[in-house]
Design a protein around this ligand. Structure first.
Ligand code: G3I
Length: 476
């Protein structure tokens, strides 16, 4: 991050324009467009030192609109389901890593953190485990072997793990899961020790819901993590899910609760944020929801140990909520048509207010004062132009080998990408993001890749600056 007054003012101006345009989300007519105004959530989150994440539904990664929003708006991803025990080890000793591998690869392609979810949980246990009959010592070994196998596989690639999920009842006593019934509360410490041994650098979390404010359940969780710390059990953080209800969010109570856990020397994370309402949504409810999202984000941003916020899904259409709470939904930051809601703007405004107005991005392709980093050169050539459009070809040379790439540039105001080739295109305000196609993501050091597109609403400018993976390329 570099302080830069001009950039700060420009970014803030963009944010204000974006906020006032919130309701007037434009139909770009471009498949894969996030339809959000500039800057993205990750751009405003990164300067605050916090991550902004989303749960990823593996089945939707083939949807280009979904994929583009996931790639451009977030710098952390959590598997919504594919890292859970029933998916990963459906039969004893037989592992299925396909979905989990896809998530990790997606994150690597898009410079994202991975939040691993989840290793030991009473729900989504495979049948052989749930219904099997095991001695206590065999069961303990099964559990620690599972933790060891999964954490080892992603050693160095998953930065945080929910080691134990939802261990508590509402009254603060331990949930009578199979783990607790057979092993007592010692299963928790054992799971953490196995995870630490498998990846000493991953941060290890315990995660739960209805623990966002001080209550009997969060008091039970507090006592546990305090004791685990005192005993030297390797626990690094606490995840607070935040599956909340519109109009019932108390930001200061959330902040105070985060703080008391942080004061134990633990990292805290908002791990599964969504805020549901009775459906259908209307503007009054959406405005209240925006205030509630803002309150949660502000609570995290006010606590220095709160390292990030993950939303539990991108679009209302893909959320788990209506399946579990009939008549409720509309809980996510994007609506059924992948248009950003007021809640999205509220999240962004929270990061801007916390210092995200100046991403200080050295790769900002819109910054004419940035000379580039020398790790890439880019030739942005307008090969044909007319009153309302143009054809552009871009060739980027990289000094470093790439396994997946993300290029960004700005088009003049009002100019949009009408169609492109050799990449996946999304546009947010004037900023265009292009990610590699399936066939051109691997580029050797010193190699080049190219893509092209046509514009509508006006012509692009020859020589427009391009950044690669957040690093501005020199003209070339
Ligand atoms: O994969 C099967 C598919 O083969 C089958 O045809 C289909 C029929 O219902 O079910 C599919 O499994 C579903 C799975 O999601 C994958 O889509 C399960 O039924 C469904 O219950 C499961 O729901 C997930 C839920 O956890 C399971 O408890 C939700 O997507 C997921 O959002 C939710 O996430 C949890 C967090 O992990 C922990 N905290 C609470 C949060 C919300 O419940």
């Amino acid at each position: 991050m570099r302080p830069h007054r001009v950039r700060t003012v420009r970014r803030l101006a963009r944010a204000v324009v974006a906020a006032s345009a919130a309701a007037a989300t434009l139909a770009f007519g471009l498949v894969g467009t996030s339809q959000a105004a500039d800057p993205t959530l990750r751009e405003v989150a990164e300067p605050t030192g916090r991550f902004i994440g989303t749960a990823i539904n593996d089945g939707l990664l083939s949807n280009s609109t979904y994929r583009n929003i996931a790639a451009t708006e977030f710098d952390s991803v959590t598997a919504e389901n594919v890292m859970k025990w029933d998916t990963v080890e459906p039969q004893r000793g037989q592992f299925n890593w396909s979905g989990a591998d896809r998530l990790v690869q997606f994150a690597q392609q898009n410079d994202q953190l991975v939040y691993g979810h989840t290793l030991v949980w009473h729900s989504q246990m495979p049948g052989w485990l749930q219904n099997g009959s095991f001695s206590n010592s065999e069961f303990r070994t099964i559990m620690t072997d599972h933790v060891t196998t999964q954490v080892s596989r992603y050693r160095g690639q998953v930065q945080r793990w929910d080691v134990v999920n939802e261990a508590f009842n509402e009254d603060g006593t331990f949930r009578q899961s199979k783990f607790y019934q057979q092993l007592g509360s010692s299963y928790i410490a054992d799971a953490f020790r196995a995870a630490r041994a498998a990846d000493p650098n991953a941060k290890l979390f315990i995660n739960d819901y209805n623990t966002e404010t001080a209550n009997a359940k969060s008091d039970g969780l507090y006592r546990l993590v305090r004791d685990l710390k005192a005993q030297g059990v390797p626990i690094d953080g606490v995840g607070f899910q935040n599956h909340l209800i519109v109009g019932q969010v108390n930001g200061s109570a959330i902040q105070q609760n985060l703080k008391r856990f942080a004061d134990l020397g633990l990292e805290v994370v908002i791990t599964e944020l969504d805020i549901r309402m009775r459906t259908p949504a209307d503007s009054t409810k959406l405005q209240q929801q925006a205030r509630d999202y803002r309150a949660v984000a502000d609570a995290c941003l006010a606590v220095s140990a709160c390292s990030g916020i993950t939303v539990w899904g991108i679009s209302d259409r893909d959320s788990w909520v209506p399946d579990v709470f009939p008549g409720e939904g509309a809980a996510c930051p994007w609506d059924d048509n992948y248009r950003p809601k007021p809640a999205y703007e509220a999240l962004r405004a929270a990061f801007v207010a916390a210092g995200g107005g100046d991403p200080g991005d050295p790769g900002d392709p819109g910054d004419p004062g940035d000379p580039g980093t020398g790790s890439c050169t880019a030739a942005f050539t307008v090969s044909n132009r007319w009153a309302t459009g143009s054809v552009v070809s871009v060739t980027v040379r990289t000094t470093q080998a790439l396994n997946g790439w993300r290029a960004e540039f700005d088009l003049p105001s009002g100019v949009t990408v009408a169609g492109g080739w050799n990449g996946g295109f999304s546009q947010s305000g004037s900023r265009v993001t292009v990610t590699n196609a399936a066939y051109n993501g691997t580029v050797p050091a010193g190699g080049t890749f190219s893509f092209g597109f046509q514009t509508a609403g006006g012509a692009a400018q020859d020589g427009t600056a391009v950044s690669l993976g957040g690093q501005r390329c020199a003209a070339g």
